[in-house]
Design a binder for this molecule. Structure first.
Ligand code: SAH
Length: 378
């Protein structure tokens, strides 16, 4: 709660920067009200105004006394990042570039489909994971996003798309598949998940919020302990030699450890719980029938679904997308082994909004990534 603005000269009281309420989950907001000498249930009321009714002005929170609203306006703010650009794809996909404090910008993508609409959100400015086929990786990591910045993307999208925050849902699913590795920014991502799931927040069901990870094993275990949400794992290769090349975190957490963590993640959860394994299809690299057979073996007996992602090229990328026939044949091998397999429809690639094409504007030229072992900044 305490803002760390520097004390002004002459011993005057330090001016505190207002706290952005998008950054506080319900418990944290209850604590904030308690610290002000107010009743904790104020948090429930305020969150309903923000997330259920789409309000960002304290004046409109009419079930709260004027005096308290004025105090809140001094201590808090409800602030979204500034829109830099909006692009709309031929297929209806929208990409927003949003400016963050400090001059960085991140990207958020809205993907409407028949019967659902998914918002793909970012969790870091850049990424340190260094996956060889991803454009975000080319930039390295500038910094973690705050919980407020993560949640503000969702609120911004909901407001921009119009519709009713309460009844008519313009966003039905949230995926942490934008810029960054969400589990490398665990401390900010966890409260964000809580706000997405909370009935007083966005009220999404646990199956409609998906964390996608390149395989940070220790945080997969923590996630399981802390909150119930859907998990996608970026597998991309069925053996360690290949995965070490494509997804360097594999050198720290090889497949045996990753798959063990996946088993722990679903163990004891209800029957319907499965992990989605993402597998980018790179021509001549990981798309051969033998890879499909290895993959089937790796996933045998696990609650798994495979999502094949046709590679999306970006400037400077050395890979090519596998052909449709190759992808089809790969899928058939998996299906023959009773593994549920889907191919991700490429969306928004005409506006560089497809998987792996998000770059935002990452300021630092200094690349925060290690050779091989990505850094986790907490
Ligand atoms: N860091 C998280 C979220 C990343 S983006 C993770 O690794 O899961 C979501 C998915 O898009 C990941 O599976 C990622 O590997 C994939 N992806 C990255 N670059 C891609 C590209 N150029 N083409 C297709 N998919 C890509």
């Amino acid at each position: 709660m305490t803002a760390n603005a520097p004390a002004t000269a002459g011993g005057a009281r330090p001016a505190s920067a207002p706290v952005n309420l998008f950054g506080l989950d319900r418990q944290q907001l209850r604590d904030a009200f308690a610290a002000m000498g107010e009743k904790p249930y104020r948090a429930d009321q305020v969150m309903q105004w923000i997330y259920r009714r789409g309000k960002d002005s304290f004046d409109e929170m009419t079930n709260i006394s004027k005096a308290l609203r004025e105090r809140m306006a001094e201590l808090f703010e409800i602030r979204t990042p500034e829109l830099v650009t909006e692009q709309v794809s031929q297929d209806g996909t929208r990409k927003w570039v949003l400016r963050l404090d400090g001059g960085n910008a991140i990207e958020t993508v809205y993907i409407p489909e028949e019967g659902r609409a998914t918002l793909c959100i970012s969790s870091q400015v850049g990424c340190a994971m260094d996956c060889s086929f991803c454009s975000t990786a080319q930039q390295g990591l500038n910094r973690n996003m705050t919980t407020a910045e993560i949640i503000a993307q969702v609120w911004f999208a909901a407001r921009t798309l119009g519709g009713d925050f309460q009844n008519e849902r313009v966003i039905s699913n949230i995926v942490f598949m934008g810029m960054g590795e969400p589990l490398a920014n665990y401390n900010a991502v966890l409260p964000a998940i809580r706000i997405l799931l909370d009935d007083f927040g966005f009220g999404l069901s646990k199956r409609r919020v998906t964390i996608s990870t390149s395989g940070l094993v220790s945080f997969m275990d923590r996630l399981r302990e802390d909150v119930d949400t859907a998990l996608a794992v970026s597998l991309h290769a069925p053996n360690d030699a290949l995965r070490n090349e494509l997804v360097p975190i594999n050198r720290k957490y090889p497949l045996a450890e990753l798959m063990a963590a996946c088993r722990r993640y679903t163990a004891g959860k209800d029957r319907k719980t499965h992990i989605v394994y993402e597998y980018v299809m790179l021509d001549g690299i990981n798309d051969k029938p033998e890879h499909a057979r290895q993959l089937a073996k790796l996933l045998a007996g696990m609650p798994a679904k495979v999502n094949l992602i046709p590679f999306n090229p970006f400037p400077g990328s050395e890979y090519r997308r596998s052909s449709r026939d190759t992808i089809q044949a790969f899928a058939e091998i998996l299906r023959a082994k009773h593994i549920l397999t889907t191919t991700r429809k490429t969306r928004g690639d005409d506006i560089d909004a497809a998987c792996g094409q998000l770059v935002g504007r990452v300021q630092s030229r200094q690349k925060k990534r290690l050779r091989g072992i990505p850094v986790v900044v907490q």
